[in-house]
Design a protein around this ligand. Sequence first.
Ligand SMILES: Cc1ncc(C[n+]2csc(CCOP(=O)(O)OP(=O)(O)O)c2C)c(N)n1
Ligand SMILES: [Mg+2]
Length: 340
Amino acid sequence: MPPSTTPDLPDAETQIGWYQRMRLLRRFEQNAVELVDEGDIIGIVHEYVGEEAIAVGACAALTEHDVITSTHRGHGHILAKGGDPARMYAELLGRETGYNKGRGGSMHIADLDLGIFGANGIVGAGAPMGLGAAHMFKLRGEPHVAVPFFGDGAMNQGVLLESFNLAVIMELPVIFVCENNGYAITTPIGEMTRGELFERAAAFGLAAEAVDGMDVRAVYRAAAAAVARARAGGGPSFLECRAYRYSLHNVAKGVPREDDRPAAEQADWRGRDAIERLAGELTEEGLWPDGARAEIDDEVDAEIEGAIGFARNSRRPDPDSVLDHMYAVTYPGLPAAGWE
Ligand SMILES: Cc1ncc(C[n+]2csc(CCOP(=O)(O)OP(=O)(O)O)c2C)c(N)n1
Ligand SMILES: [Mg+2]
């Protein structure tokens, strides 16, 4: 049962902003890989390249009051929700100015002020956290929604299926966004899951549909309809966004990069690139002037360069402070625990 109304697209300026944001997501990741190779980032990075339309399209339907939860492949979600690339790079480089003061790294970036309740390395674990936020909104009578992002690989995690059930039973304002990129690490989806993912979600009573995750307009339209429904008290939804990650599952310095996925499959998805698609549509429809694209690309490159410079020039934490900021003594909105 897909949401009944299809929202209109916003004005040209807003859609040009989507192009800029998708470009930012991609350049952020490409530069992160360079930083891995140069030894500036220690450990692994999961690139979001290829899936930009999902984060940007879904977050375009949200306000700063709405909450997202993210995954191990979280940079794109955080940037799409308004995260600061400079503080993100600083976190990836283990600097004091990073989102987690350099203690968390790629998979733990959070910004509660922006409604980003954290990337999460545990597959499926962002879903119940999203439910908690949605429950809070409902109890407070606020019109906000929660959007847990997760991959196709999470669809067999018990915690995710329990979350579907609870969201329906409690009629929570949640939009579950499944990023179906066809693989969990190297396992193709057909080897671990049968049937259509959105149909499985529909069986729980969720309003569920599949959308082209390589089309930012389609993702926006579906997300905006689901968000409007949830804000109006219409309950939770599920969007299966079909896309592809262009890169390997993750990258680390010195680890060979052989991609065993069929070459024709990779070429086919790259031929449907979301950034090129939107750029083509904006040109065909006369929505941006000649030269606008090059100007935006330069702006994005300058922003990325500035962000990396900020991170590189930031201090590393003092080794003696290694245990600082590691344990919560209370939670936002609750009184101090009193056991400091
Ligand atoms: C509970 C749990 N099980 C296993 C892992 C190891 N793991 C990390 S990413 C991943 C695959 C996730 O695939 P998917 O959800 O499709 O996301 P994608 O990487 O494709 O974006 C697995 C199995 C984990 N992090 N957490
Ligand atoms: Mg996957």
